[in-house]
Design a protein around this ligand. Structure first.
Ligand code: AP5
Length: 217
């Protein structure tokens, strides 16, 4: 099962991808997470990614396509994957179709998380995650059961993303409109685009996505 979650920054792609990963036992492939790992490693790619991400812009298509092509060849993708943050341009979308066709497979679902953009700045600036295991939280919408303690691993260390400030979020939203939203008609024309209400609460969004993936909608 090959799934894409599409939507602007803060739409809930990462939150939902982690839940689908558990429910369907296929990995979340987050290009944002891959780039943040490169930044942490201090590699040349990481240094380039830091500049681009801090500016709220997009990395070059050829680098991102190669990154995903390498990743989907790993054994854990044998039964499929959930793409979170890729494709982000029409060129990436076309390259993905070609690489899947070469492997004798295709996309099963492209799911758009439709959101009210006014809510996104609050969602993103309130986001944080466990510094140990990466579990995601929000100051208001997704707090740990015990304040200051990660539900998943018990760590008391948390972190915030450097690009989660208001100025960068606005630049990321602009990049979404200019470069990513044009891929929606590309998938609509293929008949595989489905929309869920990304403004519903987190559990309800999960239910809507699962209904699509299980063929109940
Ligand atoms: P990336 O890491 O992909 O960031 P993004 O697309 O901006 O998406 P976010 O991670 O900010 O949002 P999300 O939709 O995952 O929301 P989340 O679930 O966390 O990319 C970062 C950068 O890397 C890009 O700007 C670009 O520079 C580069 N990059 C990455 N991929 C690239 C590519 N393919 N090509 C070129 N460049 C690339 O939710 C947000 C918050 O809201 C959380 O706190 C969550 O708890 C809360 N929340 C979620 N759902 C709900 C809900 N239903 N109700 C209330 N709160 C909710």
């Amino acid at each position: 099962m090959n799934i894409i979650l599409l939507g602007p920054p803060g739409a809930g792609k990462g939150t939902q991808a982690k839940r689908l990963e558990q429910a369907f036992a296929i990995p979340q492939l987050s290009t944002g997470d891959m780039l943040r790992a490169a930044v942490k490693s201090g590699s040349d790619l990481g240094q380039q990614a830091k500049r681009v991400m801090d500016a709220g812009e997009l990395m070059p298509d050829d680098l991102m396509v190669q990154m995903i092509e390498d990743r989907i060849q790993q054994p854990d993708c044998a039964n499929g994957f959930i793409l979170d943050g890729f494709p982000r341009t029409t060129e990436q979308a076309r390259a993905l179709d070609e690489m899947l066709a070469r492997r004798g497979t295709k996309l099963d679902h492209v799911i758009e998380l439709a959101v009210d953009e006014e809510a996104l700045v609050e969602r993103i600036t309130g986001r944080y995650s466990c510094a140990n295991c990466g579990a995601g939280y929000h100051d208001k919408y997704q707090t740990p059961k015990t304040e200051g303690v990660c539900d998943a691993c018990g760590s008391t260390e948390f972190k915030r993303r450097e690009d989660d400030n208001e100025d960068t979020v606005r630049a990321r939203l602009k990049a979404y409109h200019d470069q990513t939203a044009p891929i929606l008609p590309y998938y609509r024309d293929q008949g595989i685009l489905q929309k869920v209400d990304g403004m519903a609460d987190i559990d309800e969004v999960t239910r809507q996505i699962q209904a699509i993936v299980e063929g109940k909608r």
